[in-house]
Ligand binder design. Structure first.
Ligand code: PMV
Length: 332
């Protein structure tokens, strides 16, 4: 099964259709998984081993503008800076757009505005690919459902499947080889008091991509075999926590899930350690604050930065403990 087969079965007679507009703009929110996607059952079309559950970050995300140009090449600007077309970043985007057009074009000036550092474990690729798919849907007037767009976004980056909605989102792993049942869906619960703080320890690009780290973990970690059961248990707990607005259960489960994911990669061969000394210090600070009675938890993705989870009532206490924290209120 190739990416082009998936696209063919979703777009049908829209494949190779012509643009309806000269320029389009789309936004998609960043999302942070509370129960992580870690490991693929199909590398080509990004089919996950397990389901996952995330929360989207409201207005924080990526905005993509596609403007048709008259040349035979795409030009990419990231936050108004021209990107080298041979960079990994540009190649990923161009290869993705190539899936949807003929070699004769059209080609675009692609403006990407990202609110978050790229490739630093802050889900920049998720919102980037989701915004790109939304922009293409507008440009070609495919009129696809969000479920179909979720499948297309998944082809760019797995976690992008979850970036088409706000709030809590579950990505169903699916069982089919063609991945047509592997898409995300929103969980209709609004929890305005819920806050997330981005604790940026380093915004440098990571040395090992999440794609490579996942594959190495699946192939070599002796702990990977217990990961699917851990995810299934955590998904049950998280859904219960969301339904009952039980913040302690949500925080405990999210933190435990992130630590388990990192345990699988630390025991891969060669080991993968995204944490920096500052990451560990921040974790210890969270644990110490919790001992002192503060209700605060963290989660961590494929990078050294932490995302802190807490409730609105505690904003000033948390701000005092972590003055550099970027606080987001996903539901406000
Ligand atoms: O979508 P990718 O290939 O960037 O992988 C995302 C992996 C994690 O962020 C670590 C987990 C997740 O579910 O978002």
């Amino acid at each position: 099964m190739k990416k082009s087969d998936v696209i063919q079965s979703i777009l049908k007679n829209y494949v190779n259709s012509l643009p309806h507009h000269n320029t389009v703009t789309a936004f998609a929110p960043s999302n942070i998984a509370l129960c992580k996607y870690w490991g693929k059952r199909n590398q080509e079309i990004n089919l996950p081993v397990t389901s996952s559950l995330s929360i989207s970050l409201g207005k924080t995300g990526a905005t993509t503008t596609l403007t048709m140009n008259e040349t035979l090449a795409d030009t990419i600007f990231l936050n108004n800076q021209l990107m080298d077309e041979t960079s990994e970043f540009s190649k990923k985007i161009i290869n993705f757009i190539n899936l949807f057009r003929q070699t004769s074009g059209p080609y675009f000036d692609i403006q990407l505005q990202s609110d978050i550092p790229i490739a630093a474990g802050l889900a920049s690729s998720a919102c980037g690919f989701a915004a790109l798919v939304l922009a293409l849907n507008n440009l070609y007037q495919w009129n696809l459902s969000l479920q179909e767009l979720s499948i297309l976004a998944r082809l760019g980056s797995g976690s992008a499947a979850r970036s088409l909605w706000q709030g809590f989102v579950e990505w169903h792993a699916g069982v089919r080889d063609d991945g047509m049942d592997s898409f995300a869906e929103p969980i209709p619960v609004v929890w305005p008091e819920l806050c997330m703080g981005l604790l940026i320890v380093s915004d440098k690009e990571k040395k090992v991509s999440s794609r490579e780290a996942m594959q190495r973990t699946v192939l070599t970690s002796p702990f990977y075999s217990v990961w699917p059961k851990k995810v299934n248990d955590d998904l049950v707990l998280l859904k219960e926590a969301i339904k009952d607005k039980n913040f302690v259960l949500l925080g405990q489960t999210s933190e435990s899930n992130a630590l388990a994911m990192h345990a699988t990669m630390q025991t891969a061969s060669p080991s993968i350690m995204y944490s920096l000394p500052e990451t560990i210090l921040a974790m210890q600070k969270v644990w110490q604050l919790r001992k002192e009675g503060m209700i605060i938890y963290f989660t961590q993705d494929a990078g050294p930065n932490l995302k802190l989870l807490f409730l609105q009532n505690d904003i000033s206490l948390i701000q005092h403990a972590f003055p550099q924290l970027k606080i987001l209120q996903p539901f406000i």
